[in-house]
Design a protein around this ligand. Sequence first.
Ligand SMILES: NC(=O)c1ccc[n+]([C@@H]2O[C@H](COP(=O)([O-])OP(=O)(O)OC[C@H]3O[C@@H](n4cnc5c(N)ncnc54)[C@H](OP(=O)(O)O)[C@@H]3O)[C@@H](O)[C@H]2O)c1
Length: 246
Amino acid sequence: MNIALIGHGKTGKEIERLAPEHNIKVVQIFDGENNDGASGLTKQSLKNVDVCIDFSVPHAAMENIEAVARCGKSLVVGTTGWYDKLPEVKKMVEKSKIGFLYAANFSLGVNIFYHGVSIISELCDKFHFYDVAIAETHHTQKLDAPSATALALAQTVMQKFKSKKTILQETPRTKIKPEQMQITSTRLGSVVGNHRVVFDSEADCIELVHSAKNRTGFAHGALIAAQWLKGKKGVYTMKDVITSML
Ligand SMILES: NC(=O)c1ccc[n+]([C@@H]2O[C@H](COP(=O)([O-])OP(=O)(O)OC[C@H]3O[C@@H](n4cnc5c(N)ncnc54)[C@H](OP(=O)(O)O)[C@@H]3O)[C@@H](O)[C@H]2O)c1
């Protein structure tokens, strides 16, 4: 299978390095120099491409999506920061009859982790013995807190664990309400990313932990997503990839 890489930074380079392991050939590479305003993405330049993978910059993502859709090529998008335009993108995908897959976190391990958290949340919700909380740790250079992944985990838990209705991000100075689910954030040294979901009862404690070691997980996830998307039409996320493997 042939892909075009749109964005050749830290993640794009990792995807290029790992592509041969997935029997994928990178036949075109676009960056800020040869693709200003999506000018490089044409029917001619994408002629031999099965699927494009975009890990570029938020301000270029929409132009790239529009250009790739116009060329009738399927697209995996890792770039974040354009999700307010999702309704527009869905219309574009339908009109151009392409396949489109996006995710805020392509790490295979994190997506498997979401699935496990969802199943355990559903089971714990059936009994009324458990409480639940989330803890995340990242390096000291991280700009946001809680992490987007911790917030996505909280949504995953709350979809199944019905007694939790709101997220508490601040450290409470008093009792917390039963419907609040706390997320705690720690910034420590060079930790790449650690997420812990704890289900606690009087009798026992179930802890699910995901620890990222590097960027390899994002790259493998994007390449697996590209293989999965080939020949499909419509809008998908990594959840569709993971659940289709069950
Ligand atoms: N969803 C996920 O799992 C996941 C994981 C990691 C990162 N991300 C997201 O993916 C994006 C890239 O992350 P990164 O860490 O790889 O960033 P990065 O190292 O800063 O790389 C960005 C790349 O985009 C290129 N670029 C700029 N304008 C472009 C355009 N018009 N067309 C094509 N490429 C263009 C840059 O090229 P120049 O150097 O020539 O400007 C550079 O190669 C970010 O939005 C990040 O948040 C998502």
